[in-house]
Design a protein around this ligand. Sequence first.
Ligand code: BGC
Length: 917
Amino acid sequence: MTCLQAVDLKCEHMEQPRGLNSRQPRFTWAVKGDGHNRRQTAYRIVVGTDADAVGQGDGDLWDTGKIASSDSILIPYAGRRLVSDRRIYWAVEVWDEADVQSYLSLASDFWTGLLDQSDWRAAWIARYFVPPEGYEPPADTVYDNPWRARPADYMRSEFSVQRPIRRATLYASALGVYEAYINGERVGDEVLAPGWTDYHTRVEYQLYDVTDLLRSGANAIAAVVGEGWYCGRIGMSPKKAGAHYGGRPVFIAQLHLEYDDGSFATIVTDETWKTSNEAIVYSDLLIGEKYDARLEQPGWSLSGFDDSKWQKVEKWDPIPRAPKLDASRVQPIRKTLELPVQYVGTRASGEMIFDLGQNVAGHLRLSIQAPRGSTFVLRHAEMLTPEGDLYTTNLRDAPQTDVYIAKGQGKEVFEPRFTYHGFQYVGITAPEGVRPDDLELTGIAVHSDTPLTGSFECGQPMVNKLFSNILWSQRDNFISVPTDCPQRNERLGWLADAQIFLRTAGFNMDVAAFFTKWMVDVEDTETDGGFADIAPSKAAYAFITEPPRGAPAWGDAAVIMPWLIYLRYGDKEILERHYPALVRWMDLIERHNPDFIRNNYVNRDYGDWLNIGPATPRPVVNTAYWGHLADLMSRIAHVLGRRTDEARFRSVFRAIQEAFQDKFIDADGRITGDTQTAYLLALYFGLLEGQRKQRAVQHLIRTIDEADGHLQTGFLGVKHLCPVLSDSGAHDRAYALLLKDTYPSWGFSIRHGATTIWERWDGWTPERGFQSPNMNSFNHYAYGAVGEWMFSRVGGIDYDETAPGFRRVRMRPVFNRTLGWCHAEYRSQIGPVISHWVYEGDQVKWNISVPANCSALITLPRGMRLIALNSAATKEAISPVYGGGGLEDDRLELGSGEYVIVVRETMSFDDHSRGLL
Ligand code: BGC
């Protein structure tokens, strides 16, 4: 056995935070070690300003010394006070169960950033609306479009470096979106920085190490700034287009130079900067980008460029105050994947149609060689009409069209910068004579670069496709905030969609930082104790300055999401930070509903959105959700040690439970509405007591049978469908739903070519074709919420509520013959968990791998008998519990390591769930 090793170091849920919003950043690591039952018994953290010294175990800021603890999650920094603008290094060593010391980990690092608002000395700068006298803008560039979208603003300045530089750090942000340049080189690889927040309250800044981009003598610093979410057309209201937060984009930057001799200098945005328009005629999230390469001004971002024709920038004085500049809390949006493009055919109009084979959010890279002035129009759509044209009516008012005008100088490459499209198909109109082969095309996926953590594969190709579709809908919609869809004129952070999908999302990718940031956006929507339906909220509605308050399940997400983040990542701080706002939300609901039935203050009251068949009565949905919130609030209060609140919310929960049962359940145990969702919510939220539970399961199964074995749930019910069936022992029903491909089902969309999750079960049917174009996205992740069950019950990997953060993993797969085998992996913050099972005759061979410093709570499904195990450690651990006997549905706890468990079916699940009726 080798010694343990600390790996996968994270600070504030990120590999390398570039800027902090706290002086007590928290450290997390995984522990690697072979063999069985490996445990960390002590750790030591070393933090310092010198990389080499930290690498040797010498930290000038903090050295914890040996701390006896198995903890490795979110340990708060408690060393010397951190100051702004520093790069800090840290490393960890650990001791194992035999007190053997590890090697020191590789050093990790983070930047402190600008910790105080007063560190900002730069001014916000913008381009004048009106060009100065004597300056003639090219006639076809300014507002020469039906949307009055502005050309991008190009900004530049020069400075000189006289002494050797040790370190150069650029801090930048925009109210709008920007790309920064130093000496003609693009700084960083962020797309659509600084991302979306409530710009009236806060905006995030980016920090870039630009040491290598500087040179001695004259240097140029520059930026291109677009409208983005700040003053572009995002949102459903063309009326508010272009002015959600402000009228024009603004930019801010501060470059910190540290010379070899220890002295410092700062270069800031100020009135001396110059600005102009250039080749980006407009670039808007919904419209697309028009790029006229003839308007390029070569060398504009290099020193020595003649900017005498450029106008001066204007210093922007925000009213009533500038937004707070926060360090970026989250992985940036990046270009993550490239996809090949296939030619499909040419329409009578001359438009050439291409197919990426995958519905994506992103854009196309176009390489061509064409005479000056040749115009290429690129339209984007998710679907084709039966005739083979692009189907664009479901995009509503989002043109998603790029235009490129060639300069005619050899090979030209176009990629739009401040827009993204939701599409699988592209239609290109090119000048006469251009053939499909003349166009070099690549699809580029663009999204928040949250690290992949999950993989899932099984013996049924359709289920694997479903997994892929779920993952793609996550990629395509996690773009700074979790959006509903990436294509039509909406693309908003709807709260219910996100809370429904969060548990699935957390298996697929490390979303800790992403949701930590978004919860701040959610709380920023709060007024009068109420959260909105959408965060950030300002872009969403026409004419009203105060967005309406959240509906049940929508506003409620503010309570649900921090809890789910806590369970997965063990982060109490997210609970603590938002706790007062959550209490205000609970107070508000209670004040309006003194009889504990939630009829009032339900705002836009969406119900079980987009369900099929009978609708669940709203008061049932709403009261059930309220019960769930009260239950969660009492758990949250418990975790935070707030005993009085814990008792208060527990008694609110009981009152709701009682009211719910009195009001909505008849003598036969039917819940008002008699819908799948009604039973699912009541069961999952623990609202039923005694016999009523059993009756509700029976009614749930009946409602599925009455729908000919189909689901009828909308956004809210779908999440609980398979989990509740599994928790009730009706595994076969859950699998039957998973494997169905007749309407409505997940498989139905896949049979009809889906590569992402559709917004509606009937987005397209052979009988009716497309659903109403008013609301028919083919890339909405809510119905992908079945992914959580695929990981937790098919693969059998889940967190354990009693040891959050994957300190212990809960493994309770439900084996299934039709699937035949399943391989699931989840890279938790504690380390990778693997579950692989395969049917061999009437036996199942189950291989598992549990990371060091973690244990697994194993539950075999009912009807499965343990018959063999291959490792000594397994034997030792299992025999006292199972005694070789065949205990059903019992649990055992295993330490870290790899195990093979062999089980045999003793009764079929069908028999079992029939027994329920
Ligand atoms: C969005 C949804 C959202 C819903 C609210 C739709 O327009 O696309 O995903 O949750 O409105 O009912």
